[in-house]
Design a protein around this ligand. Structure first.
Ligand SMILES: [Zn+2]
Length: 432
C-alpha cells in the first residue's frame, strides 16, 4: 500500500502498533454533517509507518482507550474491513464507516497479542533507544482540559459577552426531568428531525395528491435523502460550584463515553417498560450515577446564549478523572478544599428536578436546599443568593439542540455590583 500498489478505496484489513495517536478533532463533512476525526500513525514489524484516519465512533473509542491509564504500553490495533484512503496527498488507511470492525488491544484476539510480543521483542533488541516509550499520545484529554478555555465560577458565566469555551468544575446535583433526555436526530447530519405535513406533488406536478406526514430534518443545509430518526442524548443536568448553579446539556459523544450505552439502547429499555403497561422513570436510572459526582466541563458559550441571555450551555467535554481535576485546581489556583466541600445538597430524590429556575425557586431561597458552601460564614452565602435573585425572569425558548432555556443571564448592570461579591468566593490557594 505504501508503494501505491493498492488503489484508493480498496477494502483491506490492517494490523499495527500505534506509534502516535494525535488529538481528536471535530469535523464538518462536505454534506454539512458533523463528526469526529482521529489521526494515528501505525507501524508494522518491518518498521514501515502508515497514517490511519478513524472517524466518528471509531475515533471516540480509540481516543478513549488511549487516554485510559490502564491501557497497554504498546497499543496494537486490527481493523477488519478498513479502506485505503488519501490523506493530505499520502496514502493511508481508514475505517470505512459502519462496515469496519476495530479491535484495540483485544485480549481475545491471538493476532494482537502475538503481534505485540514480536513488536516488543524487536524494540528491545534494537540498539536505538528512541522508540522505547510505547504508544504515544500527542494530546491527552488532560492537555485538552488544561489548555482549553479559561476557568470560571458558575455564578459568573452570565457575564461572558463573547462566544468562547469556558471551563467549569462542579458537582452534578440533578438530572432535570422537565425536558426530554434525548432528541430524534437526523441519521445524516444529527440535527433534530420533526414530523411535518408535506405536500406531495402528483406525478403530473399537480398538488392534488394530498398531504402526508413525514420526517423532516431541521437543518436547512442537510442533504440527506430518505432520512430517519436516531435517538441521541441531550441530557439536561444541573451543576453547582461554590458560586452558583447552572443548567448544562450533555450531548451524545460525552454521554456515550460516560454511560457506555447509546440513547437508542436506553430508549429501547424504556419502551419495554411502557409496553409492559408501566410508567417508566422520566430518565434512565443509569443517569443517577452522575448525581453527586464532581466533573470538570468544557462548555460552549454560544452567540445564542449571549444574544438571548439564555443560561443553558452545551457541554463540549466532560471528565471526572481525579488527576485531571486536581491538575485543574492547581493550574487555576482554585481552593480545592472549598470546592470539594460536600455541599450537603439533597440529591435528586428530594429535589424538584425542574431545570426551569425562577427567581423564586426554592433551591435559591430555601435554607434546607441552599446549595452554597458554608466554609467562610454567611456573607458569601448572602451575596451569592442575591445574585441569583437578580438573575431575572424565565426566558423560554424551545429547541431540542438548545435544550430550551432556563433563566436569563445576568444583565450588565448587576454584573458590576455582584462581581465584587462573588470574587470573595475565589479564595486563593493557601493551605496544602
Ligand atoms: Zn439532517
Amino acid at each position: 500500500m505504501l508503494q501505491n500498489k493498492v488503489e484508493v478505496n480498496t477494502a483491506i484489513d490492517f494490523i499495527g502498533f500505534v506509534e502516535v495517536c494525535f488529538n481528536i478533532e471535530d469535523t464538518t463533512k462536505k454534506d454539512g454533517s458533523k463528526g469526529k476525526r482521529l489521526n494515528l500513525k501505525i507501524e508494522d514489524l518491518e518498521g514501515q509507518k502508515c497514517p490511519v484516519t478513524l472517524w466518528d465512533s471509531f475515533a471516540v473509542d480509540m481516543f478513549t482507550y488511549m487516554n485510559d491509564k490502564k491501557r497497554e504500553k504498546y497499543v496494537v490495533i486490527i481493523c477488519h474491513f478498513g479502506t485505503v484512503n488519501l490523506y493530505k496527498g499520502k496514502r493511508g488507511v481508514a475505517n470505512s464507516f459502519d462496515l469496519s470492525r476495530l479491535f484495540i488491544d483485544n485480549a481475545d484476539i491471538e493476532e494482537i497479542s502475538s503481534f505485540r510480543e514480536r513488536y516488543v521483542a524487536k524494540v528491545s533488541s534494537s540498539s536505538s533507544s528512541n522508540d522505547n516509550g510505547g504508544s504515544y499520545l500527542i494530546s491527552t484529554v488532560e492537555d485538552e482540559f488544561l489548555n482549553k478555555g479559561d476557568f470560571m465560577l458558575i455564578g459568573l458565566l452570565g457575564t461572558v459577552l463573547e462566544k468562547k469555551k469556558v471551563l467549569v468544575i462542579g458537582t452534578v446535583t440533578a438530572i432535570c426531568t422537565d425536558k426530554l433526555w434525548y432528541y430524534n436526530g437526523c441519521n445524516h447530519c444529527k440535527s433534530r428531525v420533526e414530523d411535518r405535513f408535506v405536500t406531495k406533488e402528483g406525478d403530473d406536478g399537480s398538488c392534488d395528491a394530498g398531504e402526508t406526514k413525514g420526517l423532516v430534518c431541521t437543518n436547512n443545509e442537510c442533504q440527506g435523502v430518505d432520512i430517519y430518526a436516531i435517538p441521541r442524548f441531550k441530557i439536561p443536568i444541573r451543576v453547582q460550584d461554590s458560586s452558583g448553579t447552572v443548567s448544562l446539556t450533555l450531548f451524545d459523544y460525552e454521554a456515550f463515553k460516560i454511560f457506555k450505552k447509546s440513547a437508542k439502547d436506553l430508549l429501547a429499555v424504556q419502551d419495554q417498560v411502557v409496553n409492559s403497561g408501566e410508567i417508566p422513570n422520566p430518565y434512565p436510572e443509569l443517569f443517577d450515577t452522575l448525581v453527586g459526582k464532581k466533573y470538570a466541563f468544557v462548555i460552549n458559550i454560544s452567540d445564542y446564549n449571549i444574544e438571548y441571555q439564555v443560561e443553558n450551555y452545551g457541554i463540549a467535554m466532560a471528565t471526572n478523572d481525579d488527576d485531571i481535576i486536581a491538575a485543574l485546581y492547581s493550574k487555576f489556583n482554585i481552593n480545592q478544599h472549598e470546592q470539594s466541600e460536600s455541599y450537603g445538597v439533597p440529591l435528586s430524590a428530594n429535589l424538584s428536578n425542574a431545570c426551569e429556575v425562577t427567581k423564586d425557586d426554592a433551591s435559591f431561597t430555601g435554607d434546607n436546599v441552599t446549595p452554597i458552601s458554608n466554609v467562610d460564614g454567611s456573607s458569601k452565602k448572602a451575596s451569592s443568593c442575591e445574585v441569583k435573585r437578580n438573575l431575572g425572569e424565565v426566558y423560554e425558548v424551545d429547541d431540542a439542540l438548545r435544550c430550551s432555556s432556563t433563566k436569563r443571564r445576568m444583565s450588565d448592570e448587576i454584573v458590576e455590583d455582584e462581581v465584587v461579591g462573588l470574587s470573595k468566593t475565589l479564595i486563593p490557594k493557601t493551605e496544602k
